[in-house]
Write a protein that binds this ligand. Sequence first.
Ligand SMILES: Cc1cc2nc3c(=O)[nH]c(=O)nc-3n(C[C@H](O)[C@H](O)[C@H](O)COP(=O)(O)O)c2cc1C
Length: 178
Amino acid sequence: MTDLPNLNPACAPSIDADSLFPPKRSTHPPRILLLYGSLRERSFSRFATEEAARLLTAFGAEPRIFDPTSLPLPDAASEDHPKVAELRDLVTWSEGMVWCSPERHGAMTGVMKAQIDWIPLSLGGVRPTQGKTLAVMQVCGVSQSFNTVNQLRILGRWMRLLTIPNQSSVAKAWDEFD
Ligand SMILES: Cc1cc2nc3c(=O)[nH]c(=O)nc-3n(C[C@H](O)[C@H](O)[C@H](O)COP(=O)(O)O)c2cc1C
C-alpha cells in the first residue's frame, strides 16, 4: 500500500492565497512600451508599430513608442547615456511590451537586438521585465517568414517576459502602407 499524503493542516505549507494575486486591480490604463528595429526614415516596422499603438489606444491602453535613433551600441557608452536612461525608464514604467523587428538575412536587426541588450535583468533590485507581457511582430521585404518572431520569442523568454501566442508577420511590408 502506498503512503497516504499527510493531511494534517499543521504540516501543510502555509500559503496565503491572497499573496498570489496583486493587492488590488490596477486603476490606470495598461502601460505598453513598443520597440521597433530600424533607423530608416521610411521604416515599415515603425509604421507597423505606430499602427499597433493606435489599436492599443483604441483598446484602452496607454502606449509609448521608443525611438532607437542615437541609442549607442551595447557597452559603447555608459548606462547614464540619455537614450539608454530613456529606454530603461520606459521599460520600468511599462507593464507590457510589443517588439517589432524587420527581418534582415533571416534574423532580427542589430538595432532591435541592441535595444534589448541595453535592458538589464535587474535594475536597482527591481526586475524590470520579469512577468510582464510581450507581443512580437516582424516585417518582411518579400514573402512571409517567421524567423524573426521566433527569435524574438527566445529573447522574450530570456528576459522573463510572458510572450502571448498571437504574432504578426507582415509580408511585402512596403505594399501595406501609403
Ligand atoms: C541587408 C538586408 C537584408 C534583408 N533580409 C531580408 C530577409 O532575410 N527577409 C525578408 O523578408 N526581408 C529582408 N530584407 C527586407 C527588409 O526586411 C525590409 O526592407 C523591411 O521593410 C526593413 O524594415 P524597415 O522598413 O523597418 O527598415 C532585407 C533588407 C536588407 C537591406
